[in-house]
Ligand binder design. Sequence first.
Ligand code: SF4
Length: 451
Amino acid sequence: MTTSNRRYHITTFGCQMNKADSERMAGILEDMGFEWSEDPNNADLILYNTCTIRDNAEQKVYSYLGRQAKRKQEQPNLTLVVAGCVAQQEGEALLRRVPELDLVMGPQHANRLEDLLEQVFGGSQVVATEPINIVEDITKPRRDSTVTAWVNVIYGCNERCTYCVVPNVRGVEQSRTPEAIRSEIEQLGRLGYQEVTLLGQNIDAYGRDLPGVTPEGRHQHTLTDLLYYVHDVPGIERIRFATSHPRYFTERLIQACAELPKVCEHFHIPFQSGDNEVLKRMSRGYTHEKYRRIIAMIRQYMPDASISADAIVGFPGETEAQFENTLQLLEDIGFDHLNTAAYSPRPGTPAAVWDQQLSEEVKSDRLQRLNHLVEAKALERSQRYLNRIEEVLVEDQNLKDPSQVMGRTRGNRLTFFDGNIAELKGQLVRVKVIGVRAFSLTAERLAVPCC
Ligand code: SF4
C-alpha cells in the first residue's frame, strides 16, 4: 500500500517517556511518507500511545478507540494502532475487545513501527509485545518543540515497587550507550535546540546494564559520568534529567550538578509516602529519613535548588496517622511542585490483590487534603522568586495572552512576560519577577539580553 499523501494522527497519554516515544513514531511515519493531520477524523492512520499507570488513564483510550472503530466500519482503509503501556498490558486481549484494530505494539517496539506497519499493509493483524532488545534509535523524531528536547537514556525499570505496572509493561532496564546519547545531543545542538532533558523511569539506574567496572568497583557508566560526558556539547545551554530514585541518589551526582553550569538546579525525586511502614510495603527501598537527608544534601550544595516529587495517597492499609506522615514530610521539605495521585490497583502488581484496600471516599478525601497543602507550600516556595532576576528559556507564546511569551527558569518554574514570540523563541532572556503564583511567575523583561 502506498503511504504517500496518507495522513496520520497520534494521541499521546501519560508520561514524558510516552511523549518521546510518540515523537519517534511520528518521525518514522513521516519517513514513510505520511503527513500529520491535526484532526484525527481526517487521518488515514490513527495511533494511540497509551498509559496504564492508573485505571482512569487506561479507560481513556477505550472511549477514543470506540469512536474510531465505528469509523473503520465505514472506512475500511483506516489503519488503527494502539501502542504504549495498555497495548503491552493487554496484548491479544485488545484485539478481541476491538477487532477493528490493525496493530497492537508495546513500548519496546516503538522503533520497529515501519516493519510492523509493512506487515499490516500486507494484510495481517499484528500484536508485537514480546520482550526485545531495543534497537538503537536511528529515527529522526518529529519533536513537538524546536527549543527543548527529550532524550531517552534508559528504557524500562528493574525495580519492583508493589503498586507500579511499569516494569511489567516497559520491561527490564536497557541503557543506551553514552556515545549514542551524545551523538543525538550533538545533532540537537546543530539543529538549534537549547535544552535537553535526559529521560529514564529510574534514571539513576543508567548504565547498570552496560559493561565496565571502575577500579573502585562501581559501574563505569552512571548518570553522573554521562552528565560530564555530554556537558560540553556545542549549542546546548541547559541539561535536565528525570525521573530520579531516592534509593540510588548519590552525593557524587549532587556534586556534579553543583559543578556543571549547564545542569539546571531542579530535581524530580518521587518520595511516594512519608511513612516508613508504607514505604516498606511499597518496596521503595528507602526511609523518609534517607529522603530528607538527600534533600538536605542537595540544599547544602545548591541552597536554591527546586525540588519536585510524586506522592501516592490511599495505599492499601495506609492509616490516617501514616497519611499524616506524608503531610508532615511535605510540610517540612516544602516542594516547588508535587504530582499527587490516589492509589489505583493495577493488573499484575502485588499490592492490587492485597487486603486493606481503602475506599474511594477515603482516598479522595486524603488526595484533596494533600493537594490543598501542596498548593499552599508551592505558593510559599514561590515567594523567594519575587523581585529576583531570573534567566528564562522562551519556549512558546502564552496561549491565553498572545502579547506574552512563556518559558522556564533553571528551577523549572513556568514564567510569563510581555514579548514577541517570533523575536524571543529559543532565547535565554533575563527577566525580573514581579508576580508569583503557586506554580508560575509573572515577570518583566530586562533591557540587556541574557547571553
Ligand atoms: S522505580 Fe518503581 S515506581 Fe518507578 S517506574 Fe520503577 S517500579 Fe515504577
